[in-house]
Ligand binder design. Structure first.
Ligand SMILES: Nc1nc2c(ncn2[C@@H]2O[C@H](COP(=O)(O)OP(=O)(O)O)[C@@H](O)[C@H]2O)c(=O)[nH]1
Ligand SMILES: [Mg+2]
Ligand SMILES: [Zn+2]
Length: 296
């Protein structure tokens, strides 16, 4: 028996990555009824046959499961934003960070188009504190890359090894380009799937994991329209590390860092230790959370 990870189900078969290759698998009879229960990311045990194919014999319990995209056992989310064209939408970035943090998935911020950003800033004089510094200072893992020149790509690749990652971020940010930069020349072993799928039925919205830089990655088109998960006010503040770390210094233990006096978060904001855009977004999200509470 070999241990592997399910990449995708398609046309009645399951494609499993194990021992550095992709196996076309069918299911043992007893699994058939629970067909739809398999998700990309599921850890399975397979039994190879003489024709280099295999059957799925067992499935491990899931550590977690994302709903959109539907992937199990996600370790980390690579949040991809361009440094320029388009300018990063920090509201969306903070929203994604909350989603990911609340799902207990590690966020990694990758800012793309470093080459273009450098060109742009040569002609501009005024420089705001750089967005990457803001997020680094909070303690997030931040990379700046160019998918064009390859700068910084290796460092991102090193973080993917043996992990299940999802790529998220707005369209045009460079997610697909990043994926390609990370897997030079290696057009995925799943390439033959498209031929086989011709006889299969048309599946909509199918999600798949792909082998990339020694790990498994899903490039997800539908991760950019995000609403906040059902959070309480306290949970929301917990998702801002720079707030959570100062919370015990607020005068009231129930402080939601809005109108309360002697709030350590607002004091840190005034001293410039907390970014005003982060705090602004916090207040927007807090309003959403309060409105959601009213509705239920
Ligand atoms: N100059 C430059 N262009 C990039 C970079 N990354 C992506 N692009 C371009 O940005 C556009 C959108 O990239 P794409 O990967 O399709 O974005 P996606 O929608 O997030 O998958 C394409 O025209 C890419 O060639 C980069 O690092 N530098
Ligand atoms: Mg894309
Ligand atoms: Zn407070």
């Amino acid at each position: 028996m070999i241990e592997g990870v399910l990449l995708k189900g398609y046309g009645g078969f399951y494609y499993v990555y194990a021992e550095d290759r992709v196996w076309e698998c069918s299911l043992r009879g007893r699994f058939r009824v629970k067909d739809q229960d398999f998700l990309p990311g599921d850890r399975v045990r397979i039994l190879p046959d003489e024709e280099e194919k295999a059957t799925i014999e067992a499935v491990e319990p899931r550590r977690n499961a994302l709903i959109r995209p539907t992937i199990a056992n996600v370790d980390q989310a690579i949040l991809v934003f361009a440094l320029t064209s388009p300018k990063p939408d920090l509201n969306l970035m903070d929203r994604l960070l909350i989603q990911v943090t609340d799902a207990d998935i590690e966020p990694i911020l990758v800012f793309t188009k470093l080459d273009k950003f450098r060109e742009d800033t040569l002609t501009e004089i005024s420089e705001e504190p750089s967005v990457t510094d803001v997020y680094r200072k909070i303690g997030y893992t931040v990379f700046e890359v160019s998918n064009e020149t390859g700068e910084g790509i290796e460092q991102v690749g090193a973080r993917l090894k043996e992990k299940i990652s999802v790529l998220a971020g707005p369209s045009g940010a460079g997610k697909s380009s990043l994926f390609n930069a990370l897997s030079p020349g290696k057009k995925l072993k799943t390439g033959e799937l498209s031929i086989k799928s011709k006889r299969g039925r048309h599946t909509t919205r199918h999600v798949e994991l792909m082998v990339c830089a020694g790990g498994l990655v899903a490039d997800t088109p539908g991760f950019s329209s995000l609403f906040l998960p059902n959070l309480s006010r306290a949970e929301l503040a917990e998702c801002f590390p720079e707030f959570a770390q100062r919370r015990s210094q607020c005068r009231f233990s129930s402080c939601i860092h809005d109108k309360e006096p002697n709030c350590a978060i607002k004091e840190a904001l005034e001293r410039g230790e907390i970014s005003s855009s982060r705090y602004e977004h916090y207040l927007i999200f807090l309003q959403e959370v309060i409105e959601a509470e009213r509705r239920y």
